[in-house]
Design a protein around this ligand. Structure first.
Ligand SMILES: Cc1ncc(COP(=O)(O)O)c(C=O)c1O
Length: 498
């Protein structure tokens, strides 16, 4: 498009009506720059807005808006309409170094000015989680951690949301309680007691912005820099990242068919102050921790005075046998801190989860949470409360359990049909993904790269291992897309790997 530069006689500010930036902003920028670079000296009187608008061929309103902004920011003095002057109080040393059009700095990694803690946070390879960077675009076959967005009950959610918006109470509009919306805490406590055998009062339930905030709070509140903490090997990257962020010493403890190996942990670091575990469905291997191991873990934790962080992220989806109770219910020593999320069972974008803490720690967690971000959005908490209390939540879980069982079956069948001899899968009893084991000649990283080149997401298992040397595997998420797409994805994956 042709550029119609309109010079202002004394500053030569180019104004271009065809540009995306509004004219008032172009005028504001030009005047500001002229002032800061000394082209327009202090106490210079500007023409009236009427004169300027005629000279520039733009509306008077446009000139007034630019002037008002410059007046508000202190570059001009006086009253619009009664003589406007360049401010005479701009300190000289502010004027000279100001560059003309300051380039927007490019994003680049640097430790400039970071605290020691800041360097640790910035250096953590998982602070922008490998598991979930950005879930943008269409969900892909084998993507992990993403629920079935295609069947979320949007109509019901929209109805509940509209109802809350139509008659908002003051409570919905002002600041809320940092511990969360009371009726939601009651609903969560009720659900946990019925479905997960978690024994807690609503006062112990703190609503947080997803499990990640729970992990961040727990690690920072309960560990001093240098304290040792056991993690499962392989381990969920978000938990490892929080521990590193709290400057803990991360001790990897191998996982076998029974879950985390307590004896190995005790050999490696008996005096650890914390252990992070996913007992219902180990992330990423999918193992369920046996009762013997659970009891051994609690016994060690009691003796060592260690905290147990139980991350129960996707236990709602269990496909065979009776749902296993949470570890929390076995704890008689107030050592277990239970973490749950609505990211898997509803939507990750809600950023709602909860942490159940021992009664004597409630105030500390609530205080730290308030400092972090005050509280989770009130309205979403209220809508979620209605969603639970009116029965939609348990209906949604039942539907998703059946749907995910079907989607898992589709992956197993697709492996049988297209990938025998190349990928081996064993049905998972719970969760939203399984491991596709690879032959030894193909490393999982290499396989994952080849898959990515063919447009298939398949995260390598080794992205989560710490010290463990283990057979190669790819994580195969089955929740996010329908069976047809999973079959197509498997064909592409096999073609890429063959
Ligand atoms: C082991 C584990 N914990 C927790 C979460 C959920 O994180 P958030 O609640 O912060 O969305 C995930 C998501 O993938 C996960 O894999």
């Amino acid at each position: 498009m042709a550029k119609h530069a309109i010079p202002i006689p004394f500053t030569n500010i180019p104004l271009n009506p065809a540009e995306e930036v509004p004219l008032y902003r172009q005028l504001y920028d030009g005047l500001r720059e002229a002032i800061l670079t000394g082209k327009l000296a202090g106490n210079t009187r500007l023409p009236s807005t009427r004169t300027l608008s005629q000279e520039l061929g733009i509306s008077r309103n446009t000139v007034m808006t630019a002037f008002e902004q410059l007046l508000a920011e202190g570059y001009l003095q006086g009253k619009v309409g009664a003589g406007t002057y360049i401010s005479d109080v701009l300190p000289d040393d502010l004027l000279s170094p100001v560059t003309r059009k300051k380039a927007v700095p490019k994003r680049s990694a640097s430790n400039r000015g970071l605290s020691e803690r800041g360097k640790v946070l910035a250096g953590s390879p998982v602070s922008i989680s490998r598991d979930h960077g950005r879930d943008s675009g269409k969900p892909r076959a084998f993507q992990t951690g993403l629920p079935a967005l295609d069947v979320f009950p949007f109509e019901i959610w929209a109805r509940l949301l509209a109802r809350r918006w139509r008659r908002p109470t003051l409570n919905m509009l002002g600041y809320g309680e940092p511990e969360g919306f009371k009726p939601l805490r009651e609903a969560i406590a009720g659900y946990l007691s019925a479905a997960r055998a978690v024994r807690c009062s609503p006062e112990q339930v703190i609503v947080v912005g997803g499990s990640q905030q729970a992990l961040d709070l727990a690690t920072r509140l309960l560990l001093d820099p240098g304290d040792a903490a056991w993690v499962e090997d392989p381990c969920y990257a978000g938990a490892r990242g929080s521990l590193q962020g709290a400057e803990a010493q991360v001790i990897s403890v191998p996982v076998d068919e029974e879950g985390i190996d307590i004896a190995a942990g005790m050999r490696k670091c008996p005096e650890a102050k914390m252990v992070y575990i996913t007992p219902s469905h180990q992330y990423p291997l999918g193992v369920t921790m046996t009762l013997t191991r659970r009891l051994a873990l609690l016994e060690w934790a009691s003796k060592a005075g260690a905290w147990v962080l139980e991350d129960d992220y996707d236990s709602e989806f269990r496909y065979c046998g009776k749902p296993l109770a949470a570890l929390h219910g076995l704890d008689s020593d107030n050592r277990v801190i239970y973490i749950g999320t609505f990211s898997k069972v509803l939507l990750p974008s809600l950023r709602l989860g909860y942490i159940v803490v021992p009664p004597d720690l409630v105030d500390a967690f609530v205080g730290a949470r308030a400092l972090a971000d005050r509280h989770s959005p009130q309205l979403e908490q209220a809508v979620l409360t209605d969603f639970i209390n009116e029965g939609h939540f348990s209906r949604h879980i039942r539907r998703m359990r059946a749907l995910y069982a079907e989607r898992q079956e589709a992956v197993i069948e697709a492996v049988r049909a297209y990938a025998s001899g190349l990928i081996e899968v064993r049905p998972t009893e719970a969760g939203m993904h399984m491991v596709g084991w690879l032959p030894d000649h193909l490393t999982d990283r290499e396989a994952s790269q080849k898959a990515a080149q063919a447009g298939v997401t398949a995260t390598p298992l080794s992205a989560y291992t710490i010290d463990l040397q283990r057979k190669n595997g790819l994580l195969l998420g089955f929740s996010a897309v329908p069976p047809k797409d999973l079959r197509e994805g498997m064909k592409k994956l096999v073609k890429a790997l063959s």
